[in-house]
Design a protein around this ligand. Structure first.
Ligand code: NAD
Length: 319
């Protein structure tokens, strides 16, 4: 263990983004030791991580981060964790309307327990990266900057905004250099089919219509998983990113946002299927669009490399 240059706790690593993170970086950084900690909820996709079990620098531990505080503190001590990358959260807006209290408890305590590990071992744990979301800004702002006020509109995004504020307090109170990333919608292989892209693809495979909320005109911006992981990699390895917040967004000038019903048409084109839309009752509140200024991240050299068309084509090739 002592020969590893970093010992990285990947919280929520069995989910969509965390799983792709591990599949890439366990191989890319053989001198880092990765521990995936996940409760394994309905959205987890542990099977995609099976190929990593033969790697010596990878381990999985099942744990509820919102409950098992003592066990978590012991784990970070016993394994000499140096870096925490936090993907753990209940991530479905629709489910959050049905179980708002569970979302609050789970999402806030899971992250705050990780923050407690950082607070109590600030010399051992030097890096903490937290994955937030563009949804913390709400939909009433044009080109939100990292300094824009937080204005969440649904129970899920409220928990994400609350965590961002708790991180702000830990950064100020305990001088902890926590990095926060706020991405647009991310898509790619291994995503649970409740988000629109994997759901539409699954509907195409099973000849079902895809349910779309309201009139389908709500707009979203999308980023392919590899572009997001590039942003994690850059901010993880640059010392000047410690303690900073970054918007991570699709290239607005180049590609902009796409309405939900147009996205279904695009998926039909790329996958050669003909999924019909079944318009269903709108969400309690359905944000119209999320628009962010991503200049701060671009100044570090990050660029969106994969267009939506290319990303969908890449998923099709992996099928
Ligand atoms: N996918 C997106 O489009 C998107 C966009 C912006 C931000 N995010 C954020 O990125 C992060 C990862 O998103 P995702 O799409 O991979 O989500 P996901 O739902 O696929 O995965 C989340 C993982 O976290 C785990 N988890 C949840 N609560 C836990 C707990 N108490 N203890 C241990 N593990 C727990 C789940 O079991 C799951 O494996 C989330 O924080 C989400 O809010 C996602």
């Amino acid at each position: 263990m002592t020969s590893y240059t970093k010992r990285v706790l990947v919280a929520g690593g069995a989910g969509f983004i965390g799983g792709n993170f591990l599949l890439r970086f366990v191989r890319q950084y053989p001198d880092y030791y990765f521990i995936c900690v996940d409760v394994l909820n309905y959205a987890s996709n542990y099977e995609t991580l099976r190929p990593l079990e033969r790697f010596e620098n990878y381990k999985f531990i099942k744990m509820d981060l919102s409950e098992d505080t003592e066990q978590l503190l012991q784990l970070t001590g016993n394994y000499g964790i140096t870096d925490i990358i936090n993907f753990a959260a209940e991530s479905s807006v629709d489910r959050s309307f049905l179980s708002p209290t569970f979302f609050t408890k789970n999402n806030i305590l899971a992250t705050q327990n990780l923050l407690e590990c950082h607070r109590t071992s600030p010399e051992q744990i030097q890096t903490f990266i937290h994955i937030s979301t563009d949804e913390v800004y709400g939909d009433e702002v044009v080109r939100a900057s990292e300094k824009s006020p937080l204005n969440p509109t649904n129970p899920y995004s409220a928990t994400k905004a609350a965590v961002d504020l708790i991180i702000n307090a830990y950064t100020k109170s305990y001088k902890l250099p926590i990095t926060v990333l706020r991405p647009n919608n991310i898509y790619g292989p291994g995503q649970y089919p409740e988000k629109l892209i994997p759901l539409t693809i699954e509907c195409g495979e099973t000849n079902r219509p895809v349910p779309i909320h309201g009139n389908g005109k709500n707009e979203r911006r999308y980023l392919y998983i590899s572009d997001f992981l590039d942003a994690v990699d850059i901010t993880w390895h640059r010392s000047d990113c410690a303690g900073e917040t970054y918007n991570v967004g699709g290239d607005v000038e180049h590609e902009g946002s796409i309405a939900n019903n147009e996205l279904v048409s695009l998926i039909n084109d790329v996958f050669g299927c003909s999924v019909d839309i079944e318009y269903v009752k709108d969400r309690n509140y359905n944000d119209l669009d999320y628009s962010m200024d991503t200049e701060k991240l671009r100044k570090l050299g990050w660029r969106q490399k994969v267009t939506l068309h290319e990303g969908l084509t890449a998923i099709k090739k992996l099928k």
